[in-house]
Design a protein around this ligand. Structure first.
Ligand code: GTP
Length: 597
């Protein structure tokens, strides 16, 4: 297709501001899908995404549009993931297109994720068309939100298009603005093939499907292609575009976005951001800025029932087929038996995978405390990556420990600002910036990732009654005074409860953990000491007193329902417990013990 008649764009929006609804409306308005086949949220295909209302994998659709100028255009929409954990995928998809629609809910205003993603779009040199959505609602305030876009983001919002993705108002104007304001892509047809690997996923029928953006040259069925980062060569089996179903085409030319399949066995063999060229006479320099996405949060996943280990292995391998950023290796824990140490891009990613294992594969899991990756500098000069606090080397051999830091951006209504600052301060944060836009404050903090992984987001939501929005990006590693804290239950260390903590906060954290555990571990027939220790030194201790024979004995008098409840609670608890020495520890203890509130 001729370049002047192509427009490639993505939609940037905060969760729930209407990205998917707008995409559906564009698909409908351009008659890409017949009305009778339209189902809500065409682009969010996975059930779990639909349920949680988040878009995880980038998806794409090609729209054909006859504009008011009488010409036919091809509009390629790349749907980008909306969550912080997938920042790298967002940044790659942004590099594959020339413009973005910035969708802001006109009843809400700019949120932290809008900011993070719009900065990515600006970084990628996008032309940006602001779209104010939900104007059908009485609370819509387009002037205020347009002003906020100008103040906070610093782009001109005077031409913002007012739409209701729900009722269809303004959709035609959006399509016209895409044609009029977004630049056409550039590229050379008679050059060696240069294409960006934007995304890839596993399809049970087709194998690995690769989403590509052609920069130069052309891509045809039968071509032998080479991935420049991995060096792998494959013959192309299929070439096509998404409408939004997969439609074969003869070739893809510069500026176009489409897919290929090439009997690639695993998603792992494809690297998002890689450059695809032909095996022979290929292009010389790859596209700039490639970096593989690496897991930053690790935790152990163990089956509650050790007989389910094989099922867990199968399930994890299946999930890994479709998710190259999820890593796993077998782990044995003295206490938990066989399981896997798994790496994730962030907490949401962890939650999604854990949910899928439990729901789609029906496996009860024990999830150990999430930990970030530390860099351990040994006295002998070696540097090790620590994925599991249980593997922390003997401190006498350690020179220093670096931990990952993040830059966190929080947007919050004024009245909650004090609580947010306190929360960040309590988590060893360093304030970088504080600005106001209307009645909202934007706070930027430098924080250790390890203080954020457990429950920061939950705490933030609760101190701000849900009004804060939060986003972060990794900034690098820095040394700090970190130590490994062990938990001993009945004098036995429970490796799955080991954590890395800052030395100055160890006592406080240790005390909080043993107090929590005292509530979480049911009483046994004997006394159970619960201790927190650094090295050999106990820094906090609680004792769980022994149980009398009859649990219900403490309910004096005859409150029968209370007794029944207690017994039921005990029974239910039994199912999800693991034995440590002589002590049963319930599953929720592993996560709950770490939450600070
Ligand atoms: P993620 O996929 O989670 O990123 O969310 P999203 O930004 O795609 O939002 P989505 O399109 O799912 O819309 C969120 C909610 O807002 C849904 O309940 C929509 O029905 C509703 N919504 C979207 N557009 C409009 C609109 O123009 N007016 C009204 N009243 N509701 C809308």
């Amino acid at each position: 297709t001729d370049l002047a008649h192509i427009r490639n764009f993505s939609i940037v929006a905060h969760i729930d501001h209407g990205k998917s609804t707008l995409a559906d409306r564009l698909i409908q308005e351009t008659k890409t899908v017949a009305d009778r086949d339209m189902k809500a949220q065409m682009l969010d295909s996975m059930d779990i995404e639909r349920e949680r209302g988040i878009t995880i994998k980038a998806q794409t659709v090609r729209l054909e549009y006859e504009a008011d100028d009488g010409q036919n255009y091809i509009l390629n929409l790349i749907d980008t993931p909306g969550h912080v954990d997938f920042a790298y995928e967002v940044s790659r998809s942004m590099r594959a297109v020339e413009g973005s629609l910035l969708v802001v809910d006109s009843t809400q205003g700019v949120e932290a994720q809008t900011l993070a993603n719009v900065y990515q779009a600006i970084d990628a040199d996008h032309e940006i068309v602001p779209v104010l959505n939900k104007i059908d609602l009485p609370a819509a305030d387009c002037d205020r939100v347009a002003e906020q876009i100008e103040d906070v983001i610093g782009i001109d919002a005077s031409g913002a298009i007012q739409v209701s993705a729900k009722t269809g108002i303004g959709i035609h104007e959006v399509l016209e603005a895409i044609v009029a304001h977004l630049p056409a892509p550039r590229g050379t047809l008679d050059a060696p093939l240069k294409a960006m690997l934007v995304d890839s996923w596993y399809d049970p029928y087709l194998g690995v499907v690769v989403l590509v953006r052609i920069m130069d040259g052309k891509l045809r069925k039968g071509d032998r292609i080479r991935m420049m980062q991995t060096g792998a060569v494959y013959p192309v089996d299929r070439v096509g575009v998404f409408r939004p179903g997969m439609i074969p085409v003869d070739e893809l030319t510069p500026g176009e976005i489409g897919f290929i399949t090439a009997s690639i066995k695993q998603v792992r063999d494809t690297k998002v951001g890689d450059t695809i060229t032909t095996e022979k006479k290929g292009c010389e320099t790859p596209l700039p800025g490639f970096k593989p996405s690496v897991p930053v949060v690790f935790c152990g996943l163990f089956p509650v029932d050790s007989n389910e280990f094989e099922d867990l292995r199968d399930a994890i391998e299946k999930l890994a087929l479709n998710d190259a950023s999820f890593s796993h290796e077998m782990e044995t824990s003295a206490a938990l038996g066989f399981g896997f140490r798994c790496g994730f891009l962030g907490l949401l990613h962890l939650e999604v995978i854990r949910d899928r294992l439990e729901r789609e594969y029906d496996i009860d899991l024990i999830t150990t405390a999430p930990s970030v990756v530390y860099h351990i500098h040994m006295k002998d000069g070696e540097t090790r990556e620590l994925h599991n606090p249980a593997d922390m080397p003997d401190p006498s051999h350690v020179e220093s420990i670096d931990e990952p830091r993040i830059k966190a951006t929080i947007l919050v209504p004024d009245e909650f600002l004090g609580d947010v600052l306190k929360l960040c301060q309590d988590r060893r944060g360093i304030q970088l910036d504080l600005t106001y836009a209307g009645s909202r404050a934007m706070v930027v903090y430098d924080l250790p990732l390890n203080e954020v992984v457990f429950d920061f987001y939950d705490r933030l939501k609760s101190v701000t009654k849900g009004y804060a929005s939060f986003d972060y990006q990794l900034t690098g590693y820095r040394a700090d005074n970190l130590v490994k804290m062990q938990i001993l239950v009945n004098d036995e260390p429970v490796d799955a409860l080991s954590t890395m903590v800052h030395r100055d906060r160890a006592e406080m954290r240790g005390r909080a953990m043993v107090e929590k555990l005292k509530d979480l571990i049911p009483r046994h027939m004997f006394k159970i000491p619960i201790q927190a220790a650094i090295g050999g030194k106990v820094i906090a201790r609680e004792t769980l007193s022994a149980l009398r024979k009859d649990v219900t004995a403490k309910c004096y008098g005859g409150d029968a329902t209370r007794k029944k409840k207690l017994l039921e609670k005990q029974k239910a608890g039994k199912k999800k417990m693991r034995q440590f020495g002589k002590v049963d520890i319930p599953q929720e203890a592993f996560i709950s013990a770490l939450k600070l509130d």
